[in-house]
Unconditional design. Sequence first.
Length: 287
Amino acid sequence: MNLNDIYIGSHVSLKSPDYFLGSVEEAFSYGANTFMFYTGAPQNALRLPLEKLKIEEGKALLKEKGINLSKLVVHAPYIINLANAKSPDLYEFSKRTLQNEMKRTAAFGASILVLHPGSHVGQGLECALSNLVRALNDIINNDHSNVRIALETMAGKGTEIGKQLEELKYVIDRIERKERIGVCLDTCHLFDAGYDIANIDEFLSLFDRIIGLNKILVLHINDSKNPAGLKKDRHQNIGEGFIGLDVLRSYVWHPLLKDIPKILETPYIGSNPPYKKEIAMLLNKHI
Ligand code: FE
Ligand code: FE
Ligand code: ZN
């Protein structure tokens, strides 16, 4: 595979004063050719109006640099939990928030929205999965954008659902508009959930048997602070954790994952983002 076939970047911020234009500039400063952002704070649903976010300026810069908007990724806020319908208010709030995020994602010209499947908070897995299916169908069937939701594979912390590929398959199988749903593979989460990801060909063939490779919309490339299977969800810098550089690099370079955006969500080192160095490490086959 050729370097030009690799779309790689990191999570970047969207903040005052330059908002989306600033996000694009931040991504370029890391040598990235794509990126992921939240359309507001990750942990809440408060959102500035789109007119304030310098979207056209950001798009113009992307165009000038020849960057393909179809590779940009938005992450929905963590506060959304469509798996828990115990509190009808919270469930409806989550639905409204996701509905709004889909519109916002489309306004940036992006078409991939990463969503955490949610937590069952004591209701049990089956109930949680059917709550999620019901909400997603309702939202997708009433949405007129072409935004695709990428359900993220989760570590299984607390009562998180989405730690087993079969759970995601269960949801995808029941979504009416299949072209609007897919998966975000997070290497740290998969490892933490107990998947053996070291042999990429074996892992991809397992994924293909259960869900289908054509459903992979995004990859989150993170190392893990903990050994496999501990379900702690602690991201580590590339090459500094228990997954290791070689394995992470194999996900960046695999021909079957060509064209799929790869996004780093590794921790800052002190107050410095590690992304420029880590992207270079992943792109260099030989260091
Ligand atoms: Fe996530
Ligand atoms: Fe992730
Ligand atoms: Zn995580």
